[in-house]
Design a protein around this ligand. Sequence first.
Ligand code: SF4
Length: 451
Amino acid sequence: MASSVSRPRAARAPRGRAPRVGFVSLGCPKALVDSERILTKLRSEGYEVSPTYESADLVVVNTCGFIDAAVDESLEAIGEALEQNGRVIVTGCLGANPKRILDRHPQVLKVTGPQRYEEVVSAVHAHLPPRHDPFLDLVPPQGIRLTPRHYAYLKISEGCNNRCSFCVIPAMRGRLASRRIDEVLREAERLVGAGVKELLVISQDTSAYGADLRYARAQWRGAEWQTRFIDLARALGSLGVWVRLHYVYPYPHVDEVIPLMAERRVLPYLDIPFQHGSATVLKRMRRPAHAENTLSRIAAWRALCPELTLRSTFIVGFPGETEAEFAELLAWLEEAQLDRVGCFKYSPVEGAAANSLAAHVPPEVQEERHARFMERAAAISTRRLAARVGRRMRVLIDSVTDGAALARSEADAPEIDGVVRIGDAGSVRVGEFEDVEIVASSAYDLAGRLV
Ligand code: SF4
């Protein structure tokens, strides 16, 4: 069999119809925002977005390369798109390592790295030219979003200046590059104007926002704002929608946002990837703010804002993790009483500094620690949710099926946290706020009835 692969020439959509691009978006919310930007640009040029491989003239796969499992998933998705459609452009985090993709799938048309919007769009032009039509479809001013209409991710920066030893994102996505605050706020305004009820602020390191721009000043709504975490929270808090902060590190200046949460200017919710509770492990992980006494900070935050929901992720079985360090983590978790917790077993990522650390933890020990950790986290979550039974809370309706609704409270981020189930949802509508009384709880979810 011949080993060379002939490159297909540029395709053209049949006369009279717009060229159609299929889109597969893998990975985290940050990758989703990248996908939305690419789609917005393509739609503004008259491309249609195809829901199936068969009806697409070409497929873009936005990949994730964060951990090996994500790499495998991305490579499989590329294979599936090639099999079903045959004409595939690859972008996203895994695109930072084109060799890995081309070794397995030499027939892809083009590989571009993360945030290379223009390159992706140019590659689409080269392989599927846009239709010359003076009456191109106009893009709605808020762009194309892949999330439901009532919530949207707001990406405030790219890249990261930290050097966590298990992570290759800074190598893939580069150093911190913040968007100026006025640009972010204008996007937020457009989203709210288009019906968005909840803004989810994302980045790799939200608390570092603006440091690379030396906290540049800008005008918005007749006032001066700095490109800085606290100004962003204040300004977004004036838009009258839910504002949820993700990927915040516990630097001292994060304390300033807690009073805004107590006043409900922004949601009393912080997503802080603590990753571990042992100071020695955190040091080996080279985590930002690893020297902070996080337990006393958490206690101070809760004293100011008792409703604060804390979500976090952890890694167990990090190289060199001893049983004593793991026990420290469990004790930390017990004291911190976090509301929402995710946990990963450490797995080496190609190119990460942690790979060369001594004493990798055997898989069976990782497995056992993961189970113990999740058991403890589930018990904490169960207790904390049970304490909400009988209380009233405001929820945002995400979906309604057969008279029942799935909603979220202030404490639930979409897709990663729990839900509030409403059995008899009457005439509630998706994207509307409702008040419910909590009538039951489980390990991760609540049940409520409309009041
Ligand atoms: S903060 Fe650490 S884990 Fe997060 S992107 Fe930066 S280097 Fe990676």
